[in-house]
Write a protein that binds this ligand. Structure first.
Ligand SMILES: NC(=O)c1ccc[n+]([C@@H]2O[C@H](COP(=O)([O-])OP(=O)(O)OC[C@H]3O[C@@H](n4cnc5c(N)ncnc54)[C@H](O)[C@@H]3O)[C@@H](O)[C@H]2O)c1
Length: 454
């Protein structure tokens, strides 16, 4: 009987007992380089939820459930009850920015949340002052600000960030920390010899090598302090061999890149559907207008190139033209981002999708998404913080470096070298949930399910 079940069942037997998870005691400190629209919408939102004046919509950790066992068992606990995640009340925050605005002033300036909501959480937000930033105008040409660290070289700046981290840990009383990059998109760079090993990275930092971006300095400092690091922007940051090595060595998990929100989220919802039904694609033209500071930064060709690379990779990987040359061998994919100040954070994204069906007959789909970028990004930040903390408390996950099971949240997910990233949102979700089941020693779900028809 047992053998029969393993062949026909839609659940795969669990490994015994699950993975060892360290207990979570005390507060979880969240450290955010870049206190702009995403960061402030996230922190203000957490405080609003804690005060009971809003709901954490869009957060899988807060609202999602996870099915366990067979469909007939009716077991679907909430994710946060199934795995021991930090509670919202356990979160404490700090951040870095090149401007002096505290979280409240920065949130008002970002213009995402309404003033009356912000005023309800004003004392809390105002208490979060930005630490001085590591900044290099060569990496973000459209910005400049006064709150910037000075140092004799990039290693010295990393030491200053490490001191900030230790200071925050002490002053907040946090027992665990997470860093999540919500800073501006940096100019496009390719990996170089400096990024190969921890040794070469450290040498390059001491020699002020131009290939060491500010985001890498925060990442290096975090990983050296044993703090996990998530990258919400498309910058290379932790997606270089040196950081993989450091992450594994110091058991500080990493993940990235580029929060999957807006147009790319829709793309990774629609494209798997076309492929599932063997519908062909001739072209996909995406354009959008946005007027926030992120849009202004992306108006620079160097920063736009970083974003474009991240957005373009999605379709190739989902549609696999090498396997389906007749359907996806020749499609044109264009992405445009237009900085248009009147829109603020309320972006509008248009997609024109030229598809073809039976006997090659063409069809078109038009998507007009009146989107709020930071509203989509904030719950991603929350989930990543809680899941990265879980990963670090898991004896099995803490030392593996890249947390590919968190691909669900990224436009350009990091993977082990040589492995193509999985972009299909639904495969990503299955991978995430199966990882949680695996951690808790529950059966993995395969969706075979023949046993119901015996
Ligand atoms: N909003 C979204 O939905 C979304 C989606 C995917 C990725 N992202 C990325 O997330 C990041 C944040 O987006 P946003 O809309 O909050 O942008 P934003 O411009 O409102 O905020 C970025 C903040 O980072 C600060 N900053 C820049 N360089 C810094 C440095 N070296 N150290 C410390 N602070 C620094 C800026 O001063 C600014 O306050 C961007 O890189 C963006 O591309 C956002």
């Amino acid at each position: 009987m047992a053998k029969r079940q393993s062949v026909k069942s839609e659940v795969r037997p669990a490994h015994s007992g699950g993975s060892e998870l360290k207990a979570q005691k005390g507060k979880l400190g969240v450290m955010i380089p870049g206190m702009g629209a995403v960061a402030t919408t996230f922190v203000a939102g957490v405080e609003a939820v804690r005060k009971g004046i809003a709901q954490p919509i869009g957060s899988l950790t807060q609202m999602g459930t996870i099915r366990l066992g067979k469909r007939t068992e009716g077991r679907s606990p909430k994710v946060k009850e199934f795995v021991p995640l930090a509670g919202l009340d356990d979160l404490v925050f700090t951040g870095w920015d090149i401007f002096h605005d505290d979280m409240y002033a920065a949130a008002v300036n970002a213009g995402v949340l309404e003033r009356h909501l912000l005023d309800e959480v004003k004392p809390f937000l105002s208490s979060i002052q930005p630490r001085s930033a590591v900044f290099d105008r060569n990496y973000v040409k459209k910005l400049d600000g006064p709150n910037v660290k000075q140092g004799k070289n990039k290693m010295d700046l990393a030491e200053q960030v490490r001191a900030d981290i230790r200071d925050f840990k002490k002053s907040s009383g946090a027992s665990r920390l997470i860093t999540i990059w919500c800073g501006s998109t940096e100019s496009f760079i390719r990996p170089t010899a400096a990024h190969e090993t921890v040794k070469s990275l450290e040498k390059a930092m001491t020699q002020n090598d131009e290939n060491i971006a500010p985001s890498m300095i925060y990442a290096y400092a975090s990983l050296m302090e044993g703090v996990p690091f998530a990258n919400g922007a498309p910058n290379l940051t932790v997606d270089i061999p040196a950081m993989h090595e450091l992450s594994r060595r110091n058991q500080a998990p990493i993940c990235g890149k580029d929060f999957k929100t807006g147009q790319t989220l829709i793309k990774t919802i629609l494209a798997p559907g076309f492929k599932a039904r063997m519908i062909g694609l001739n072209g996909w033209f995406s354009t959008n207008i946005l007027g926030n500071r992120d849009g202004e930064v992306l108006d620079d060709p160097g920063s736009f190139k970083t974003k474009e690379e991240s957005k373009l990779s999605v379709l190739e990987h989902i549609l696999q033209p090498e396997l389906y040359p007749e359907l996806y061998g020749h499609f044109t994919h264009k992405v445009r981002i237009n900085y248009y100040p009147p829109r603020g954070d309320n972006k509008e994204g248009w997609d024109n999708i030229d598809i073809f069906g039976w006997l090659g007959y063409p069809m078109q789909i038009k998507v007009d998404f009146l989107c709020r970028d930071s509203i989509l990004a904030a719950p991603i930040v929350l989930d990543l913080v809680l899941f990265l903390d879980l990963a670090q408390r898991s004896v099995e996950l803490q030392g593996i470096g890249i947390q590919e099971w968190l691909s669900f949240y990224f436009k350009s997910p990091m993977t082990a070298p040589g492995l193509y990233p999985e972009h299909d949102l639904f495969i990503q979700l299955m991978k995430l949930k199966n990882t949680l089941r695996h951690l808790r020693g529950e059966e993995l779900i395969t969706h075979l399910g023949l046993e119901y028809y015996d």
